[in-house]
Design a protein around this ligand. Sequence first.
Ligand code: ADP
Length: 636
Amino acid sequence: MQPDSILSPKLLSDYCATAILAVDPADGRIVAANPACETLLGYPVSALLTMQISDIEVGLQDVFFWEDVRQSGAQEISRVEGEYQHCSGHFLQVRKTIRLVQEAGRTLCIISAHDISASKRLEEESERTSSLLATTLESTIDGILVTDLNGKVLNFNHKLSEICACPAIENNDFHDLMNSFKSRLLEKERFERWIARLFHDPYLNELQTFNLDDGRAYEIGSAPQQYRDGPIGRLFCLHDISALKASEAELRIARDQAQQASKAKSDFLAHMSHELRTPLNAILGFAQIIETDENPEQQQLGTYIYRAGKHLLDLINEVLDLASIEAGKLALRMEPVALKTCIADCLEMTQLLARDKGVHLQAQLLADDVFVLADVRRLKQMLLNLVSNAIKYNRPNGEVMISVERSPGNNWRISISDTGIGISEQDQAQLFTAFNRVGNTQTSIEGTGIGLAFTQKLAWLMQGNIGVKSQPDVGSCFWIDLPASCAPQAGPTLPPFVIDQSSRSILYIEDDLLSQKLMQNILAKQRPQYQLFIAGSAEEGIALAQQFEPDLILLDQNLPDGTGAMVFEQLQQNERLYHTPCIALSGNTLPEQINDALRQGFCAYLGKPIQISSTLLTIDRWVSQKRERQVSSSSQ
Ligand code: ADP
């Protein structure tokens, strides 16, 4: 016996959320509709009962369906999709089922319809996203592969099939696929161990480089794919770095060749210096003996030989100095130099020449606390060049004045002005070219034409500059600008640092393209002897540091894949990089930040925007420290 139903079928259809319509298949008239139809279509039930099914079913397939019904009779269908038009005009996607019932001797079509517009929209959206993802994957030059945690291939691009030489990847298990790639690798075992490690630890994120037997090289990155905090698979990215490797190899060859050429130059300089000075030693020595001869005529001859020999020695010294600075072999010992003492020494050394020429030589009174950062021996050489020129190219009873004043860019300017013959504007343009004696080729004034060229190069090497103002027949004023310095500290101080011109390599780890370009520009123009490598991320930086073992590392503190502190710590773990000085670069110049970096072991901290002169001084100070530190640690 059937249990009594609590609700009548009519009530059931009234409460049902599915829209139910009854249609007469003979003429397509709607003969019944439940209240859910009102919600779905916006028409009141009473209105629906005056309408044809074709008034609301507007999809092409719906039109064909009712046409079919009219011609061949009603039929049942399940879960087909169609399109309805709402009373406000918009269209709805529906899924409907049609059943046939017999009612009062006639057949009726009972249509139950669900609104699936929202899920259709989602479906379209997801299709769009998938297609975008697929085009993105295909547009990259890298091979991309996505697997689940067990190595089942989930997604890939065509570049990957090209790289792996495996056309039907979707049928492949990851391991089969990798076997095909592995068969062409030089280090198969390392690759196998790495893959095993990756699938053992689903959180591992690593980048490794592998060489193929045909000479190509790939950088393969593997990162976990996470969903809601948990790993669900792995992403592999295979990047062809063959061209990069080739240019690195070329760079290495060029560096080795440059180093060899530079060594050949310094060997030649050392050899020439020895070969020229040894015979001169004998000439000057014997000339001095002859000068003490009892015979006054012999004495005179001895003096001539001595003077000529001395002139030759000066010339040799100047030529060798110029050659060594041009070969990048001149090392400077930079330290705070008191200008007062330095100028007093120069005055003393040139006093005799001034007296012989009848020139009055004087210097402005100077305070004790005026210091520049310079190599004291070379600074004296520069001043002697300028002061002796001011005396040599002066007139009888002329004057030479040395004065000092502040100049822009935190410099001190030393000016040497004379009341001499002056230099025409045309000649001033060639003054600093070696061996160019401008207007004096015909005069009897002794000289080589090297002094000013050498002085200019020294000034530049010390981060300074040199210039001249002159008027023919009135006089000239030569000036040298050098960076101001504090007085040397009492007690233990930093040792003087050496500006070593020999070739050094610097690694700059920086993600900002403009900062990279700026550093490239500064070093190319002002320190061509430094070879600069650039890494755009922490990972690349560490890899390049391990590969090239640079003499100095400039490390930006905010890299996309790690902090400067983190990179520094990793570099420190490599014993071959432990002694490499690291300079921190950052826009954050808070004292705590700077102190933290210095405490961690960075040798210096440069705030952005960088000041070119102090940046170069810092680089010069530290670029040659590695070797010294290594020597001191290995000698312990
Ligand atoms: P040198 O004095 O040995 O010739 P320098 O390089 O010192 O070589 O100078 C190059 C030239 O510049 C000199 O030959 C001279 O013509 C000119 N010169 C340098 N200093 C002065 C000066 N103070 N007054 C006039 N001419 C000068």
